[in-house]
Design a protein around this ligand. Structure first.
Ligand code: IMP
Ligand code: MG
Length: 172
């Protein structure tokens, strides 16, 4: 595809921020075990980097939901296409997502998780786009607050492309 991508957040900035977040999370969950639940596929790069930096015992699970087609605007429907492998009852669950945009996806996933009685439930995202929030979702922590631009890279896609860019960019 012949498009220009302008860097919004560099690989170095992301790396530094994820280390900070991991340190803070290791403090918050000190003495506990943490289950990271990644929302596929956008969260995988962020989750991997974050998980490696945590100094507490961690387990991983994944869920797959889709709210987007192949465009840049959200559809109204959220589809659960892959559930977690293991139960979360009685566990400290940290939902890991690439971005909080309208919040519709996370709100649905939070509702689903809460019905399964985790000991605690919190949410972290790499990015937050406050100008787009519709559903009310509370974040424990976010990596970067960004303006209302469609971004790609570090897990985020445009029509499934660009997820593997090591930085966050804006399509020109
Ligand atoms: P929400 O339900 O509107 O918060 O959107 C959630 C999902 O939309 C995210 O997990 C992303 O997959 C996708 N999304 C939202 N904004 C962007 C963007 O700027 N670039 C790529 N994907 C996005
Ligand atoms: Mg996504």
């Amino acid at each position: 595809m012949d498009v220009m991508i302008e860097t919004l957040i560099s690989e170095q900035e992301i790396d530094r921020r994820i280390r900070e977040m991991a340190d803070e999370l290791s403090g918050i969950y000190a003495g506990k075990e943490l289950k990271l639940v990644g929302i596929l596929k956008g969260s995988v790069f962020f989750l991997s980097e974050l998980a490696k930096r945590l100094s507490i015992p961690v387990t991983l699970d994944f869920i797959s939901v889709s709210s987007y087609g192949n465009g840049t605007e959200p559809g109204a429907e959220i589809l659960l296409s892959k559930d977690m492998d293991d139960p979360v009852e009685g566990q400290n669950v940290l939902l890991v997502e690439d971005i909080l945009d309208t919040g519709r996806t996370l709100k649905k996933v939070i509702e689903l998780m809460n019905r399964r009685n985790p000991a605690s439930l919190a949410v972290v995202t790499l990015l937050d786009k406050p100008s787009r929030h519709i559903a009310d979702v509370e974040l424990l922590m976010t990596g970067f607050t960004i303006p209302d631009k469609f971004v790609v890279g570090y897990g985020l896609d445009y029509a499934q492309n660009y997820r593997n860019l090591p930085y966050i960019g804006v399509i020109e």
